[in-house]
Ligand binder design. Structure first.
Ligand code: ADP
Ligand code: ZN
Ligand code: ZN
Length: 711
């Protein structure tokens, strides 16, 4: 009797729709294959990592022509729940299964030649972690210490669990910044994690937010193993943390969007903190929304998911309003302080501006209005910290010639290069493109006319820092942006200076705005709100509103009952616009209801579904032609109907980046399924004439993106 050979189907990280068959030699590999095994296989004269998605005894190909699996990773299998999630993501985001799954595997596990050494490494790491001193923990608020509002919220969360053991629940925990949401959900997790095998997944939008939450979690769960997964963790640590999540050893998995795709055999609960944050959307590769996938995963695995925010996304808020999600509210600041007073400074009003001769007036035209200047002076006198936000790093967004029309354009992109002061990016001042990274010395003379008088236009964090140092020479000023955090010991070191009270005025980008629990900030100011108000993107106002509520939330957090919650000043030319008016009243629900109305009337998401087809090539013409031809084909197949709208291709907002010219085609439908089917057909059509995702005839690189968040 001849034994039937074992054949496995393996997917790899390539834009290929299908998997590949390989023979499995159980004797050589030491065991029989299982779905979810990570393996190394020969592929096109090299060796690649893949995942087993099928095991059988036959192949559609001639068995004698099949190659064999070379080696098997010393890893447990991917759990079936995760595999279902991956299958869904691959289909929904119209991306091959392999290129959706393989990127979740940390680098450490992608080097098959090192697999033999890994068990030894893991043993060493385990020894080390036993020796490790206790993590500094902080901020434990026990169940008994919760305020009455928080207790009600916690009881609602706990109450749901008694209903039925295994049940999907989606809960929106909505409450202003500082209302104690984190304290509530950590207490809730504590009850779920009483089960020694249960695993919890906690997602945060940004790596800068993990250290503080990490410390809080370790205060609540001193005995539990936590796996921290984000791009700021070293490859080795991440590889080990991922392994501990996958084996069920780590009970708490804390991480940014990629962590939503971690194998977790005993997943019992998911929390998505700041669920509205755009960072949950992956912007390359499989362009998934980690929040949306987390909700799908919870639904599929019949577990609860909690979405927490002070400014929920419109999608989530509507789901809670309609009763599809539970809605739990916390409407007061945990420590009793009231909300910050919002002040809108109309920059068109001369009364708000310095006049020459005013006390404290700066010599040059000020970046700061008189009204704000006076408020900062007062805040300094009261020994409160001030936080001043401007959404542009660098010294000035463009350099210009005072004699001709020369502007510092990037040679590679359709954008301007930003001037950076000496010391920020290099020893000298430079021009830097924030899109392609190009760095060039500042020209001494205008390259067009030879004029020596070159001027900066507009302002960024560095210019503002200079201006503030000049106006308040006695104040300690700290700049926080990606440049300064790269130079110091990372953002965490800068935040620590603020927390420790070693700073009077902080100047920074929105990096300082999110989530941080600063205790002594009395004043927050936003200088360039208008630039983000009028944008082609229909989500601009929603995003600005959320950001402003977040920054406002940094002020006056520690105040106790009856104390003011600090002040937020917004400089704008359009104080009457709805974003600012709703902010003035702290009316998050009002703003969301208003926005929902607007979207419904315009049939924009979430009242319709969208996808973008991206195209990039050597010239814009070619990219547009490629998309026009695609549109014609969609039309000739009779796919365009009242249910499916295909717009005309347009250049992208930033048309050229690093030499590639880019265009996009927007497709929209009121029906999710209609859109899904259309995208699948488009994907098939394009694949037939492409190698990977590059068209064979026109050399255009294309990509399908579902639910884009920036248009
Ligand atoms: P949120 O997540 O809504 O921003 P947090 O849970 O971070 O709110 O709470 C804000 C601040 O209030 C934190 O410093 C936290 O330690 C503190 N806090 C939360 N709940 C209480 C409570 N019941 N009593 C005292 N302080 C609390
Ligand atoms: Zn010139
Ligand atoms: Zn560039």
């Amino acid at each position: 009797m001849t034994l039937k050979p074992t054949v496995v189907q393996v997917v790899i990280d390539k834009p290929l729709a299908q998997g590949f068959d390989y023979l499995w030699d159980a004797e050589k590999l030491g065991k029989l294959p299982e779905i979810g095994n990570v393996v190394a296989v020969p592929f096109a004269r090299s060796k690649v990592i893949g995942l087993v998605i099928k095991v059988s005894n036959h192949s559609d190909y001639e068995l004698s022509k099949l190659k064999s699996v070379e080696s098997l990773a010393p890893l447990p299998v991917f759990d079936p729940g995760l595999l279902r999630l991956m299958n869904f993501a691959s289909q929904y985001y119209v991306h091959a299964l392999g290129e959706t799954i393989l990127p979740v595997i940390p680098q450490m596990w992608k080097k098959a030649d090192d697999w033999k050494k890994i068990p030894e490494r893991l043993k060493l790491a385990a020894k080390k972690s036993k020796k490790r001193l206790d993590v500094i923990s902080e901020g434990l608020i026990t169940q008994d210490q919760l305020n009455p509002n928080q207790k009600v919220a916690l009881n609602k969360l706990l109450g749901g669990a008694e209903k039925k053991e295994k049940q999907f629940r989606a809960i929106l925990l909505q409450g202003q910044t500082g209302s104690g949401k984190t304290a509530v959900f950590l207490n809730w997790l504590a009850s779920i994690l009483n089960d020694e095998s249960a695993q919890a997944l906690l997602l945060v939008p940004e790596i800068n937010l993990t250290p503080q939450l990490e410390r809080r979690i370790s205060a609540y769960f001193p005995d539990k193993k936590m796996a921290v997964l984000h791009s700021g963790v070293s490859e080795k640590k991440r590889g080990i943390a991922w392994y501990e999540a996958m084996t069920g050893k780590a009970q708490i998995i804390l991480g940014t969007r990629l962590a939503a795709l971690t194998p977790m055999p005993n997943l019992r609960v998911i929390v998505v903190d700041e669920e509205h944050d755009p960072s949950y959307k992956q912007q390359d590769g499989t362009r998934y929304s980690a929040r949306d996938l987390a909700i799908w995963r919870a639904h599929d695995q019949k577990i609860p998911i909690l979405l927490s925010s002070a400014t929920p996304s419109l999608e989530t808020w509507l789901a809670a309003q309609s009763g599809r999600y539970e809605n739990i509210r916390l409407d007061q600041r945990a420590q009793g302080a009231s909300l910050p007073n919002v002040h809108l400074i109309n920059t068109r009003n001369p009364q708000n501006q310095f006049s020459p001769g005013d006390a404290g007036a700066p010599r040059q035209k000020s970046l700061i209005t008189k009204t704000l200047g006076n408020a900062i002076t007062k805040s300094l006198a009261e020994k409160k910290q001030s936080l001043i936000l401007i959404n542009r790093r660098g010294y000035a967004p463009v350099l210009s010639c005072s004699a001709c029309n020369w502007l510092s354009k990037c040679t590679q992109c359709s954008t301007y290069t930003v001037m950076h002061k000496a010391g920020a990016l290099s020893k000298r001042s430079v021009l830097n493109c924030h899109h392609c990274g190009l760095v060039k010395p500042i020209p001494q003379f205008c390259p067009d006319c030879g004029n020596a008088d070159l001027k900066t236009l507009g302002h960024g964090t560095q210019k503002l820092e200079d201006a503030i140092e000049a106006m308040w020479p006695q104040a300690r000023v700290l700049r926080v942006d990606t440049d300064s955090s790269r130079k110091s010991n990372g953002a965490e070191a800068l935040f620590a200076q603020i927390h420790d009270g070693n700073v009077d005025i902080v100047v920074g980008t929105q990096m300082i705005a999110k989530g941080h629990d600063y205790q002594n900030i009395g004043l927050v100011a936003v200088l360039d709100a208008d630039s983000r108000l009028y944008s082609a993107d229909f989500r601009a106002a929603e995003r600005l509103f959320a950001q402003l509520v977040q920054v406002a939330g940094r002020a006056g957090r520690s105040g106790t009952s009856g104390q003011t919650g600090g002040d937020i000043y917004i400089e704008t030319q359009y104080p009457e616009s709805p974003v600012f008016q709703y902010l003035l009243r702290h009316d998050v629900d009002g703003f969301l209801a208003f926005t929902a109305n607007e979207r419904e009337e315009a049939k924009l998401p979430p009242y319709s579904y969208q996808a973008l087809i991206h195209a990039e090539g050597k010239s814009l013409d070619q990219a547009i032609r490629f998309l026009n031809e695609l549109k014609a084909r969609i039309k000739s197949r009779g796919m365009i109907s009242r249910e499916l709208k295909v717009y005309d291709p347009v250049p992208k907002p930033v048309m050229r980046i690093a030499g590639a010219e880019r265009a996009q085609l927007l497709i929209e439908s009121g029906n999710r399924k209609v859109l899904q089917e259309a995208l699948e057909i488009i994907d098939q059509e394009l694949r037939q004439e492409s190698t990977g995702r590059i068209s064979k005839t026109s050399r255009i690189r294309w990509l399908v993106e579902r639910d884009p968040i920036a248009i």
